[in-house]
Design a protein around this ligand. Structure first.
Ligand SMILES: [Zn+2]
Length: 113
C-alpha cells in the first residue's frame, strides 16, 4: 500500500538521494526550502532527504498528493506514462501545473529574489 513519506527511512543510499534530488528539482520543491543555498542556487543544494523532509509539508496539499501518488505508482511498478495519465485523470497534474505557475510566475514578477 501507499507508504507515507514521513515514515521513510532516515538513511537513503546514493541512488535514492540522487532520485530524490531529481524530484525536488523537477517539482520545484527547493522553492520552499529553508536552506538559503537552495533558494540561491535555484535547485536543491542540501542533502535531498533532509531538504525533502523539511519542505514537504510546506507544499500545497495538491502537490503533496501528486508527489505521493507518483511515488506510490513507482513502488507499484506502474510505468510513468500510466501513472501520469492517472494523475491527469484525477486532477493532480492540474495541481502540479498550478504550483509551477505560482513558482515561475512569482519569479517572473520578481517577487522572490
Ligand atoms: Zn534544500
Amino acid at each position: 500500500m501507499v507508504k507515507s513519506l514521513k515514515s521513510a527511512p532516515p538513511q537513503l543510499d546514493r541512488k535514492q538521494e540522487a532520485d530524490l534530488r531529481g524530484w525536488i528539482n523537477l517539482l520545484d520543491i527547493w522553492r520552499v526550502c529553508a536552506n538559503p543555498a537552495c533558494d540561491r542556487a535555484g535547485c536543491c543544494r542540501g542533502k535531498p532527504s533532509g531538504c525533502f523532509r523539511q519542505n514537504f509539508s510546506r507544499l500545497p496539499i495538491g502537490m503533496q498528493d501528486c508527489f505521493l501518488a507518483l511515488i506510490a505508482a513507482k513502488q507499484d511498478g506502474l510505468p510513468f506514462d500510466d501513472a501520469w495519465a492517472e494523475l491527469t485523470r484525477v486532477g493532480l497534474v492540474a495541481e502540479l501545473a498550478k504550483w509551477q505557475a505560482l513558482v515561475h510566475g512569482s519569479e517572473a514578477a520578481g517577487a522572490v529574489n
